[in-house]
Design a protein around this ligand. Sequence first.
Ligand SMILES: NC(=O)c1ccc[n+]([C@@H]2O[C@H](COP(=O)([O-])OP(=O)(O)OC[C@H]3O[C@@H](n4cnc5c(N)ncnc54)[C@H](OP(=O)(O)O)[C@@H]3O)[C@@H](O)[C@H]2O)c1
Length: 240
Amino acid sequence: MEQTFAGQRIVITGGSGGIGVALARDLIDRGAATIVLIGRDRDKLAAAAAQLGAEVQTAAFDVTDEASVAAFFADQPKIDHLVTAAAGTVRGQVTELEVARARALFESKYWGQYLCCKYGAPKLAEGGSIVLFSGWISRKPMAGVSTLAAVDAAVEALGRTLALEIAPRRVNTLVPGMIDTPLWSARLSAEEQRAHFQKVGAGLPVGRAGVAQDVAHACRFLMENGFVTGITLDVDGGQR
Ligand SMILES: NC(=O)c1ccc[n+]([C@@H]2O[C@H](COP(=O)([O-])OP(=O)(O)OC[C@H]3O[C@@H](n4cnc5c(N)ncnc54)[C@H](OP(=O)(O)O)[C@@H]3O)[C@@H](O)[C@H]2O)c1
């Protein structure tokens, strides 16, 4: 396999999640020297690290906590790439969802990524990049997820502008469609999740559901291609 990440140091927030682990595997297979996985739950991080191997370090903190984010990046040497995939999620119409829960999603998915950019960007090596995460709901409206739609759109706007502010370092935003990861298990039983993704896959032009490796592959493209910056890349199986 081509060692395109040979010797590189890569930080992945949400590194113990479905997409984070798939990306770490992909990058280790391509020579990454050190992957730092960030999440809140130490056990989940340890399980991910055990599965991935010696190249992996972990750091347990909440990306909404500015002091923790600042302290983490202050201790980091130069980073080649920063991937900010940590986020919670929330459902509920504007008229029904408690405001505190809507604000909590902004804290985790928008401000969490903002803080990591603020403190992580100064540590980026020459030729380094940031990959932010939004989601398909920003551009394909669905009733009941208005807060998530607004957060995702805010992340995309941040990415486009930050790409100018920290140039020549690059910033891109990945826009996953519905992807079969543990994110869904908070709401669905294993059986319901299987049935849900069978139905989703059957309705997509590509004829199958998305998996974490599909997003990892697209993320790697954004990290590797030195002529791509300020874009939002949909990885959604053609979902409309
Ligand atoms: N899967 C989909 O269908 C889908 C669709 C659209 C967009 N996305 C986006 O893709 C990204 C990755 O999703 P995924 O499917 O891999 O989710 P996942 O499997 O649920 O993983 C989420 C990861 O984020 C960490 N995390 C959550 N909140 C955190 C916080 N406040 N501080 C630090 N770490 C935190 C979790 O670990 P701890 O819980 O231990 O902290 C976990 O490692 C997210 O931005 C998500 O919104 C996913």
